[in-house]
Structure formats: structure tokens, C-alpha cells
Design a binder for this molecule. Structure first.
Ligand SMILES: NC(=O)c1ccc[n+]([C@@H]2O[C@H](COP(=O)([O-])OP(=O)(O)OC[C@H]3O[C@@H](n4cnc5c(N)ncnc54)[C@H](O)[C@@H]3O)[C@@H](O)[C@H]2O)c1
Length: 257
């Protein structure tokens, strides 16, 4: 058993890596010796961040891939880019997602569809592709899905988001059952509120921030590094008997007040 995080020789694919939790997770894996594929639909931003990280970690492979997770041809393109570089994916961090707020009486079919497509359907089809192309033939792999506290608690004006993240918890369980025999573990992290551009409007609202700080036992929102540590743990040797789990990381928000 290796009690230190050591990802040397491991190839990690992180979606939504141009910002927030995905970007911090890329950095955390590089700090621990991994090679990292950073994908995002914002091609310019992800290329810039990958360049900065490569300057910091020149001994690792750092590849930026422009890919919209809702387009199957872009998912196929991710596989091609991996084959042209390290040729393997040991760890998939299925992270890209969007927020969406609408009271249920006003929700449109179009917006509902967009949220489910990116947050849930894309996570499933990326996992399917990466498992089929790399992890099942390798007979090993780690998949960490980014879920949310919204997948566990009901949140007013977020039915679509909550449904998408609740779905992520369920595919995490189904895939963990199906793929355990291939040496693949599938787990999820469920962050509470994290200081990233995803919730910039809420963070700009002083009343909301004061309420959140008061309501959260730890009296602060999460930072991206509060989440990436758990992603590294699920991806490590130390978590080799953990699969199908969803870990809440919310400073105690859901434990009470
Ligand atoms: N920030 C929070 O409070 C919070 C809480 C719980 C869960 N999450 C989840 O964490 C994950 C990461 O969010 P974040 O807070 O780091 O947000 P973020 O906005 O900082 O990062 C999300 C990234 O995903 C990319 N992206 C968006 N749509 C995409 C698409 N179609 N294809 C590819 N990339 C796309 C964006 O360009 C961005 O770089 C999301 O799944 C989100 O739902 C966030």
C-alpha cells in the first residue's frame, strides 16, 4: 500500500478544467506527478491554463483539448488526442457542469434539456467512451464524478440542476456495479457551495453570503482545493476498495446548523 499520493506514470483526464474545481484538480494531480489532459469547451482558456501549468510542471505531459461535452464528436476527439499522446487514461474526473436557476413554474423545456444534457447525459457518455477505449482493456481505472449537494437536498429554483446531480449519484452507483469486475472504481464528490465562477452571482450578493456563512457550521464556503483533495483520494491506492460512494463536502451544511 502506498500511503502517499503518487500519480507518476498515471494519465488523468479532467473535463471542465479551464476554471474552478477542474483547474485546481489539474494542478493537484500535477503536483503529485501525473500527466494531465485538460478539456473544456472554452478552448482559449483551457489552452492558456495548460500552458501556465506546463511551465510550472515541465516534467509532466499537460495537454489542452477543446471539447464540448454535449457533442459526441468532441468526445471522440478527446480519445484521439489521448491516443496521440500518452495513449491511456487511468483516471477520469468527470467535472464539467453548469448551474441553472428557475422557479419550477417558469422552467422551460429547452433549459431543462440543456442542464440534463451537460450535467448528466454527458457525464455518462464520457465515462462510457473512456471506459470502453481505455479502462476496460487496461483492466483498471478510477472515475470520479462531480455531483453536488443539490443532488441530495431539494433546492428551491433548482429542480433541473438537482435532478441532473441526483442522476449523477445514480449513474455513479450503476457504473460502479457494472465495472468493478474490470478493476474500475466509480465514485462521486458532492460539494456544497464552492467559490468558483459558477456561483459568481450569488457570491456578489452580500445577503446571500451572510446567510451562507451563518448557515454553514464551518462559517465559510468551500474553496476549490477543499474538493480536489477528495478527488485525489478517490483516485489513489488508498481508495481501492471504495466504489459507488458519493462523498458530501459541505463544511457541515447538510449535517444541521
Ligand atoms: N461551485 C459550486 O458551488 C459547485 C457546487 C456543487 C457542484 N459543483 C459542480 O462542480 C463542477 C465544476 O464547477 P465549478 O464550480 O468549478 O465551475 P466553473 O464554472 O468554475 O467551471 C466549469 C467549467 O466547465 C466548463 N464547461 C461548461 N460547459 C461545458 C461544456 N459543454 N463542455 C465542456 N466544458 C464545459 C466551463 O468552461 C468551465 O471551465 C460542476 O459540475 C458543478 O456543477 C459546483
Amino acid at each position: 500500500m502506498n500511503y502517499k499520493f503518487d500519480f507518476k506514470g498515471k494519465s488523468v483526464l479532467i473535463t471542465g478544467a479551464a476554471s474552478g474545481i477542474g483547474l485546481e484538480t489539474a494542478k493537484a494531480f500535477l503536483e503529485n506527478g501525473a500527466d494531465v489532459y485538460m478539456t473544456d469547451y472554452n478552448g482559449e482558456a483551457v489552452a492558456e491554463k495548460a500552458k501556465e501549468l506546463f511551465m510550472e510542471y515541465p516534467d509532466s505531459v499537460v495537454v489542452a483539448i477543446k471539447a464540448d461535452n454535449t457533442k459526441q464528436e468532441d468526445i471522440d476527439g478527446i480519445v484521439e488526442a489521448v491516443k496521440a499522446n500518452t495513449g491511456r487514461v487511468d483516471i477520469l474526473v468527470n467535472n464539467a457542469g453548469m448551474a441553472h436557476s428557475a422557479y419550477s413554474v417558469n422552467e422551460s423545456r429547452e433549459d431543462w434539456g440543456k442542464v440534463i444534457d451537460l450535467n448528466l447525459t454527458s457525464q455518462f457518455f464520457i465515462a462510457q467512451k473512456i471506459a470502453t477505449e481505455f479502462m476496460i482493456p487496461q483492466k483498471s481505472g478510477r472515475i470520479v464524478n462531480t455531483c453536488s449537494l443539490g443532488g441530495i437536498l431539494g433546492i428551491p429554483s433548482a429542480a433541473a440542476y438537482s435532478a441532473s446531480k441526483g442522476g449523477v449519484m445514480q449513474i455513479t452507483k450503476s457504473l460502479s456495479c457494472e465495472w468493478a469486475r474490470f478493476g474500475i472504481t466509480v465514485n462521486a464528490v458532492c460539494p456544497g457551495f464552492v467559490e468558483t465562477p459558477l456561483i459568481k452571482d450569488e457570491m456578489a450578493n452580500e445577503k446571500w453570503m451572510a446567510y451562507m456563512n451563518m448557515r454553514t457550521p464551518m462559517r465559510r464556503l468551500a474553496k476549490p482545493e477543499d474538493i480536489s483533495g477528495a478527488i485525489l483520494f478517490f483516485s489513489s491506492d488508498m481508495a481501492s476498495y471504495i466504489t459507488g460512494s458519493s462523498l458530501v463536502i459541505d463544511g457541515g451544511f447538510s449535517a444541521g446548523s
